[in-house]
Design a protein around this ligand. Structure first.
Ligand SMILES: C[S@@+](CC[C@H](N)C(=O)[O-])C[C@H]1O[C@@H](n2cnc3c(N)ncnc32)[C@H](O)[C@@H]1O
Length: 310
């Protein structure tokens, strides 16, 4: 049952105000001066009215029709119960572009953009060294919605990518994002279902110049403490990184030398407090050099990378 009914015959602006107040008052919600709630209200109403946030204000005194009112009420109700706004609208932004998301994928986080910024010079460098041929190749392991693979393919048009995931539902979303954003260049990315780098075995050893991944990294003991919006809605498969949180990092660091060219890079996103352990895992393997810990734009350790020395 929907507990939250948007008042009838309300205008666009009144509806935005109504939902922003509701969302601001929901239990456990902290939103400085209501900014977040207002943006969420605008995104949800924009979804119902097929309008941008600006478009809503240009049309602020139009009255919602009964269907719009009831669809808006239903979305506000679901948001009040904790469902992430990105799953309600089916969209999110990453690196300045709109990506489709669904409950089959992790909602991409802005922090992950740092991973893109960090690895781009590596792809550019290999491209210039090779004067364009053979093509630079990267793998995005655990691609989810495909944000990393698609963004790299767009930012580095000379590169070819492989994107793997164990989740067929995630790969469907990733393929659609590649189709929407890359158009007929979507074949630059080969999507493959399977665990970690195993789907690439058929391509032979040392076929990659870059391995990039934002692996699941929440430790078992931290899973229960995640906010309800994350724990209750995002796929566990995208979150849980094993007992200590680093099972996937360990496996990738172990496997990567079989797949990377000499001089190639592995770059992994990490969670809070994991940088030293991941850097140690890389440094302990003689196969790697130039181990680097990279901070995100909030000053927190976010990426650990290393070069495969061959
Ligand atoms: C933290 S999410 C990252 C998604 C996306 N790369 C991003 O940054 O938004 C981790 C992804 O790894 C996938 N995954 C989990 N276990 C895997 C495995 N063994 N092999 C490949 N992918 C896996 C999950 O399905 C999920 O899509």
């Amino acid at each position: 049952m929907n507990e939250f009914e948007c008042p009838t015959a309300t205008t666009v602006l009144q509806a935005v105000d109504w939902a922003a107040r509701k969302l601001d008052g929901r239990p456990g919600h902290v939103s400085p001066a209501g900014h977040v709630s207002r943006v969420e209200s605008e995104l949800l109403l924009g979804e119902v009215c097929a309008s941008s946030r600006l478009g809503l204000y240009l049309d602020h005194d139009r009255r919602l029709d009964p269907l719009e009112s009831s669809r808006f009420s239903a979305l506000v109700d679901r948001r009040m119960r904790g469902e992430p706004v990105q799953y309600l609208t089916g969209r999110t932004e990453f690196y300045g572009r709109e990506f489709e998301v669904s409950p089959a994928v992790l909602i991409p986080r802005p922090e992950t953009e740092r991973l893109v910024d960090h690895v781009r010079p590596c792809l550019d460098g290999v491209h210039h060294e090779r004067a364009g041929s053979p093509a630079v190749r990267f793998a995005d392991v655990g691609t989810g919605s495909g944000v990393l693979a698609v963004t790299l393919a767009l930012e580095c048009p000379f590169a070819r990518g492989y994107a793997t995931d164990v989740s067929p539902g995630a790969l469907e979303v990733a393929r659609r994002n590649a189709g929407n954003l890359l158009g007929d260049r979507h074949r630059r990315i080969t999507f493959m279902q399977g665990s970690m780098l195993a789907p690439l075995d058929a391509r032979g050893p040392h076929a990659l110049d870059l391995i990039v991944a934002n692996p699941p990294y929440v430790a078992s003991r931290e899973m229960d403490g995640l906010p309800e919006e994350v724990r209750g809605y995002e796929p566990r498969l995208a979150l849980h990184g094993g007992e200590g949180g680093l099972d996937y990092h360990r496996e990738l660091i172990d496997q990567a030398p079989r797949y990377l060219n000499a001089g190639g890079m592995i770059a992994l996103e990490i969670g809070a407090g994991q940088s030293a352990a991941v850097a140690r895992l890389m440094a302990d393997r003689r196969a790697y050099g130039n181990v680097e810990i990279v901070k995100d734009y909030n000053g927190l350790d976010r990426v650990v990378s290393a070069q495969y020395v061959g």
